[in-house]
Write a protein that binds this ligand. Structure first.
Ligand SMILES: *Cc1c(COP(=O)(O)O)cnc(C)c1O
Length: 473
C-alpha cells in the first residue's frame, strides 16, 4: 500500500515509510492512496475471532509488503495477547437497551491511546532493526499521550524517548504513570511553563539542524498513520459483536484531535455498516462548529474536566477534509495555508456534504458532562470517566433528538478509566474510583524526572547531551 500526503507535494511512501516519518515533508498528513474494502462475507467471517486475529485481517491491506504475514501475526499476538488486562482487549458493556460502552482502557496506562501505541512501539522496533537505525522520540504531553508512549517504548533497544510535560500542570496519576518508568531509554522532562510552551519546544527541535544533524527524530502524536490504523480494529470487533454486517451500529466518540473518530470513518470506508459517527466535543467545540455550520475557526482553549479534549486545532481533521472533499492536495495546501494565517476557514460545499452523510456532532458542557456521569452510575451502576461522559452525553442528546434510527445500537467509546480523573468523578457522584489492582502501587513507586527552566535552549541541550544515539552519553 502506498500513502499520499493531504497537501499533495510530499513523495508517496509505503507503510514503513509513513510509520517512521509521522508528518509528511510538505506539512500534510499521510493517507492511503485508496481505501481497502471488505465484502459482507469477509466481515462475517471475522465473527467470533480473537482480537489479535481481527487486527491482522483489518490491518493487513494497509501494511502491504512492509511486514510478512508471520511478522504481523507475531506482533499482533504479542500486543493484543499480552499487553491488555482483558481477554477481549476492548470489551463491550451494555448500559441499557440501546446504549453500550466500548471499554478502551484496559492497557497499561488506562486510556485508549495504549491500543495503538503498544502496537506502534513494536512497529518502530521491527523497522529500525531492519534498517539498523535508532530513533529518538521527542514529544510534549498534557497527560495521556506521554504515558502511553513511554510505556510503548520502555526498555526497547532501538528507541529512546524524551517526554516534556508542563511542570505541576499534569495530574498526579498522569505524572506518576510517566515518571515511575525507570528504564534508561526513558527521559522525563518537567518544563517550566504551559503545555503549549513544551509543544513549541518540540516543534522547534524538529526544525533545529543542531538536533537533526545528530539525531533521527521520531514522533508519536496522532498524526502518525499507524496509530489511526490500529484504532480501526475495535470498530470492527465491536460492530461484529452487535450483529454487523447484518445490522448497523452508531458510535459516539469523545473527540480532541479527531484521531479516534477518523478511525471510525476509515472503518466505514472499508465497508463496515456504520450508521452514524457522533463527534462529541466539550466546550472547546471547533469540530462541532465545523460539522454543523462549516465554520472551522480556532479560539482560545478553555480548560475543562476533560483535559485530553481541550484543543484549539484538530490536526487529523485535515484527513477528512482531503478525503470527503475530493482528494485535491493542492486545494488542501491552499486551504490550510489560509487557515494557518487567519486561524479561520470555511468548509467547501463538497467537504461539508461529504461529512454530513456520516457525521453528526454535539458539544457537551461541564454540567451535562457531570450529569452523564451521574446517569451512568444511577441508571446502570457504571462509573465512567468524564471524557467518556462527554460521548455518552452527546449520544443521549442526539438519540433524543431523533438523529439516529431508534433500531440502531449506539456505542460510546470509553476512552479512559475513571480512576485517571478521580476528582471530577467524585464531584459528580460522591464516589472516588479506585485504581485497578495492577497499577494500585503507582503512588508507592520511585519517580525519575528532571526539572528544567522554560527556555528552548535548555531543553534542546538536555536532549542532545542525554541522547544515546548522539554518542555523547
Ligand atoms: C486523547 C484522548 C481523547 C481524544 O482523542 P482524539 O483521538 O485526539 O480525538 C479523548 N479521551 C481521552 C481520555 C484521551 O486520552
Amino acid at each position: 500500500m502506498q500513502y499520499v500526503s493531504t497537501r499533495g507535494s510530499a513523495p508517496a511512501l509505503d507503510f514503513e515509510g509513513v510509520t517512521l516519518a509521522g508528518l509528511a515533508s510538505d506539512g500534510g498528513l499521510y493517507v492511503p492512496v485508496e481505501w481497502p474494502s471488505f465484502s459482507e462475507a469477509e466481515i462475517r467471517a471475522l465473527r467470533g475471532k480473537p482480537y489479535w486475529q481481527v487486527a491482522v485481517t483489518v490491518m493487513r491491506p494497509f501494511i502491504g509488503d512492509a511486514l510478512t504475514e508471520d511478522e504481523l501475526t507475531t506482533i499482533c499476538r504479542q500486543v493484543y495477547g499480552e499487553a491488555f488486562h482483558h481477554a477481549a482487549v476492548t470489551p463491550l458493556v451494555q448500559l441499557d437497551e440501546r446504549n453500550w460502552l466500548l471499554e478502551l482502557f484496559h492497557g497499561p496506562t488506562l486510556a485508549f491511546k495504549d491500543v495503538a501505541l503498544q502496537l506502534l512501539g513494536r512497529l518502530f522496533e521491527t523497522f529500525l532493526e531492519r534498517r539498523d537505525q535508532r530513533l529518538t522520540i521527542v514529544g510534549a504531553t498534557s497527560g495521556d499521550t506521554g504515558s502511553a508512549a513511554i510505556h510503548a517504548v520502555a526498555g526497547r533497544k532501538r528507541t529512546e524517548i524524551f517526554m516534556l510535560h508542563p511542570k505541576g500542570r499534569v495530574s498526579d496519576v498522569q505524572r506518576r504513570q510517566m515518571t515511575t518508568v525507570l528504564s534508561p531509554n526513558v527521559h522525563n522532562l518537567a518544563i517550566e511553563g504551559s503545555f503549549d510552551d513544551a509543544q513549541a519546544h518540540v516543534k522547534r527541535m524538529f526544525n533545529d539542524r543542531d538536533v537533526t544533524a545528530t539525531l533521527n527524530l521520531g514522533a508519536v502524536n496522532s498524526i502518525n498513520w499507524a496509530r489511526l490504523m490500529a484504532q480501526v480494529v475495535y470498530y470492527f470487533t465491536s460492530a461484529l459483536q452487535l450483529g454487523a454486517p447484518d445490522r448497523k451500529v452508531a458510535y459516539s466518540v469523545p473527540t480532541g484531535n479527531f484521531g479516534d473518530v477518523f478511525a471510525g470513518y476509515v472503518a466505514h470506508r472499508m465497508g463496515l455498516p456504520i450508521e452514524r459517527l457522533i463527534v462529541a466535543t466539550n466546550v472547546n467545540d471547533i469540530l462541532h462548529r465545523a460539522l454543523s455550520s462549516g465554520d472551522y475557526s480556532a479560539g482560545g482553549v478553555t480548560p475543562t474536566i476533560t483535559p485530553s479534549m481541550d484543543i484549539q486545532v484538530s490536526s487529523n481533521f485535515e484527513r477528512l477534509l482531503f478525503d470527503a472533499g475530493g482528494r485535491d492536495g493542492a486545494a488542501i495546501a491552499e486551504q490550510m495555508r489560509a487557515f494557518e494565517a487567519s486561524k479561520a476557514m470555511q468548509l467547501t460545499n463538497a467537504q461539508a456534504q461529504g461529512a454530513a452523510t456520516l457525521f453528526a456532532s454535539c458539544a457537551v458542557d461541564q454540567i451535562e458532562t457531570a450529569r452523564a456521569v451521574q446517569l451512568a452510575y444511577q441508571g446502570s451502576q457504571q462509573i465512567i470517566d468524564p471524557h467518556t461522559a462527554v460521548g455518552l452525553g452527546a449520544a443521549h442528546a442526539l438519540a433524543g433528538a431523533g438523529t439516529i434510527d431508534p433500531q440502531v445500537p449506539v456505542v460510546t467509546l470509553a476512552t479512559a478509566h475513571p480512576a485517571k480523573f478521580p476528582d471530577a468523578v467524585e464531584r459528580a457522584i460522591g464516589v472516588r474510583p479506585a485504581l485497578p489492582a495492577r497499577v494500585g502501587d503507582l503512588f508507592g513507586r520511585e519517580e525519575s524526572f528532571v526539572e528544567l527552566a522554560g527556555d528552548y535552549a535548555t531543553a534542546r541541550d538536555y536532549v542532545l547531551e542525554h541522547a544515546a544515539a548522539s554518542g555523547t552519553s
